[in-house]
Design a protein around this ligand. Structure first.
Ligand SMILES: Nc1ncnc2c1ncn2[C@@H]1O[C@H](COP(=O)(O)OP(=O)(O)O)[C@@H](O)[C@H]1O
Ligand SMILES: [Mg+2]
Length: 343
């Protein structure tokens, strides 16, 4: 359970102090999908960054209290906060590419979190299945490297054959033979326990072909896939709570619906709580049970999703409901074309 009490955050700018949050109160219970909605600039992101101490240097929490599962983390140390972020609380952002490390494969990034948060489980799995713990014994040459060596050998062999010096090409033939022999001998070597757990995390977010995705770099994946990888990272950290700041705003509508469905599924399967931040009340209607409406750094209305649509109290809430594109839920429906293969 996350409790935010009377949270106040200021920004120091050249034009003076900007009061971004004017006393925000929020309680997200265990196992709940909670929507935080409001127009751009109303303070939604600042609320989540303040709670996790992710504010830029100019921002400062000047009042209030943040309590996570009974622990007051308002003044927690940086070390403890690092444990929380990516551990108890998983975070996903609008732009997953900026949150992923561009020079590490998906396997390495998820692996890093698993080693940090689930080391016991990795070791148990390794001894149970009698497989290596962290590194598989397979020598992984990339297909590109193998192809280059092969092409190199074949050019020399043809050259020497053309020159009528067949004996000189024997070492190259030997090299090709060794390559095939190595592949043959290594064909059955097991994955490491860590590899298996990475693949498991990727299958839990319903990524097709998780082995291939594990060996990819972030930029090689589509936006929807990157967002799924971010959710897999939250799962790998054993997050009890997921904070999603506009997770689908940058995605097109069909992918948006798939990611929202995934967040709902994961919430149910893992009994996580979710704080879903969005400017789109339509997204809240699709996904959440409870919703808080934010306006100029304050929560102005909080209710169940049913209640807010049936009986909005605040004029601003009514305006937000009006702003949902006509057809509301309809526009998020995915046409039934069989298996959702394309992501
Ligand atoms: N880096 C910053 N410097 C100064 N003011 C900021 C900064 N970030 C946010 N703010 C202020 O906080 C308000 C809320 O921003 P934000 O939480 O990002 O809105 P949103 O609801 O769109 O996520 C903004 O309107 C702005 O006045
Ligand atoms: Mg924002």
């Amino acid at each position: 359970m996350l409790e935010i009490e009377d949270l106040k955050t200021n920004f120091n700018t050249y034009d003076g102090v900007v009061k971004a949050l004017n006393g925000v109160n929020l309680t997200i219970k265990d196992g709940e999908i909670f929507g935080l909605v409001g127009e751009t600039g109303s303070g939604k992101s600042v609320t989540c960054y303040s709670a996790l101490k992710l504010l830029p240097k100019t921002g400062e929490v000047v009042g209030g209290k943040i309590v996570l599962n009974g622990e007051d983390i308002t003044h927690a140390s940086e070390a403890r906060l690092r444990q929380i972020r990516g551990g108890e609380i998983g975070i996903i952002f609008q732009d997953p590419l900026s949150a992923l490390n561009p020079v590490m494969t998906v396997n390495e990034q998820i692996g890093e979190i698993l080693v940090l948060h689930q080391d016991e489980e990795i070791k148990n799995l390794a001894s149970e299945k009698e497989i290596p713990t962290y590194k598989s014994k397979k020598f992984q040459a990339s297909p590109g490297v193998e192809f280059t060596i092969l092409a190199f050998c074949i050019s020399f062999i043809s050259l020497f054959v053309m020159l009528g010096q067949f004996t000189f090409s024997l070492p190259f033939l030997f090299l090709i033979g060794m390559m095939f022999l190595r592949n043959y001998l290594q064909r059955d070597l097991p994955h490491s326990a860590l590899d298996l757990m990475v693949i498991d995390a990727l299958s839990r977010v319903k990524l097709p072909n998780p082995e291939q995705i594990a060996s990819s770099y972030p930029h090689e994946l589509s936006g929807g896939m990157q967002q799924r990888v971010m959710i897999a990272m939250a799962l790998a950290g054993k997050a009890k709570m997921l904070i999603a700041d506009e997770p689908t705003t940058a995605l097109d509508v069909t992918i948006q619906a798939q990611i929202l469905q995934l967040i709902k599924d994961i919430q149910r399967e893992e009994n996580m709580s979710v704080l879903l931040i969005t400017h789109d009340l339509g997204v809240v209607a699709e996904t959440c049970e409870k919703v808080a409406v934010m306006y100029e750094g304050k929560i102005i209305e909080e209710a169940s999703v049913d209640q807010i649509f049936k009986n909005p109290q605040h004029e601003y809430t009514k305006a937000l409901i009006e702003a949902i594109p006509k057809g509301g839920k309809e526009r998020l429906k995915v046409p039934d074309i069989g298996e959702p293969g394309a992501i």
